[in-house]
Design a protein around this ligand. Sequence first.
Ligand code: S5P
Length: 262
Amino acid sequence: MSATKSYGERAKLHSNPTAKAFLELMERKKTNLSLAADLTSKAALIELADKVGPYICLLKTHIDVVEDFDQDLVDQLTALAKKHDFMIFEDRKFADIGNTVKLQYSSGIYKIASWSDITNAHTVPGEGIIRGLRDIGLPLNRCLLLLAEMSSAGTLAKGDYTTTTVELARKYKDFVVGFIAMRRYEDKEGDDFIYMTPGVGLDQTTDGLGQQWKHPEVVVRDLGCDVIIVGRGIYDQGRDPAHEAQRYQEAGWKAYKERIQL
Ligand code: S5P
């Protein structure tokens, strides 16, 4: 059962090189915190990533909200990833047919596949979306998360949709390394998926727009997820991002330790 194993033990056994490197990174840096850096200015995004970098394993971007995006932003984020030892996850939520997502992933202004270690996709279109992204990502050592559930109120990603998404992940294990999910699913022989969970907050439970925030203890210890994704809880106005990131890192790590009972 991967839920009770340490990230380090799981890294040793993992067959996907990027997932392996990511699990090793979490163990080495003692953090399961991902920053959701939803900022619209390049300078602000770089400043936030530099401040919060020491506390995170993963920087999650929405690169298409940045108003002054350029290649230099990518170069700077990549340099910060090296400096602080974190990986990058462009939260693109691909949702089209295989041929179209190949173009969206590799081309256009953002060229996501050239810099983002991890990206994600909805399974609404069926398995062609995974095959298209895999054609581009696998040769570059990238990997994919599938959105099996969502954190927002009234989400349609549930029941059979979630079950089929998990089956698709098993079918394309060489490229699909985990899920955006609200809880850990039962393992089958040979499974070791990484569960990343948004909708995490220490101080508030909702944003008035459908987002639902849960405590890291619930998400990691009780529901078995591996990575907490936190945005506004860290960078909202009036907060000190480095201080908040440290709080979330400590809370996430404590919950993980309790889960694996070290
Ligand atoms: O179901 C989801 C999936 C994702 S990736 N719910 C989410 O909130 N997200 C993302 O997580 C969302 O796009 C945002 O970037 C982040 C949550 O940010 P917060 O400010 O609510 O913590």
